[in-house]
Design a protein around this ligand. Structure first.
Ligand code: NI
Length: 137
């Protein structure tokens, strides 16, 4: 018998946790618009966002944070001023903060983005292609 002290925990039911799994395919079936990230979960101050993209985006950077791209379906190219990286399904890349980048996808790509709450898809560039933040599905 263990005498190791355990910290008190709040029962999951009281916290409102229904132990609902998150299924990427189900979430992707809920929207078709491209370039409009949807929040599916949060971890501390970070958000997990699903997005469908196709075509060319704008050059931008995020001065305060890195940005993680995880490709779930399709092929993504991320251009940098001095090179590029190609990603297929099951591959990921972390764009360092302050590095200019421009995503491009010939066909539609399904991505999982991980970044801190409040990060805009267009970084500090702004403009017409800036998506609304904190849209949850
Ligand atoms: Ni970015």
């Amino acid at each position: 018998m263990s005498t190791h002290p355990r910290s008190p925990t709040t029962p999951a039911a009281i916290r409102g946790n229904t132990y609902q799994r998150i299924n990427f395919a189900e979430k992707f079936s809920l929207f078709s618009e491209q370039w409009a990230p949807k929040v599916i979960a949060e971890m501390n101050d970070y958000q997990f966002k699903l997005v469908k993209i196709q075509g060319d985006f704008i050059w931008h950077d995020h001065v305060d944070t890195d940005e993680t791209f995880i490709v779930l379906d399709g092929r993504l190219r991320i251009d940098f001023r001095d090179g590029h990286v190609q990603l297929g399904a099951g591959e990921m890349f972390v764009v360092p903060k302050g590095v200019e980048h421009k995503p491009f996808a010939e066909g539609e790509v399904r991505l999982l983005l991980i970044e801190p709450r409040g990060v805009l898809n267009t970084g500090d560039e702004g403009g017409a292609r800036t998506a609304i933040n904190d849209v949850r599905i």
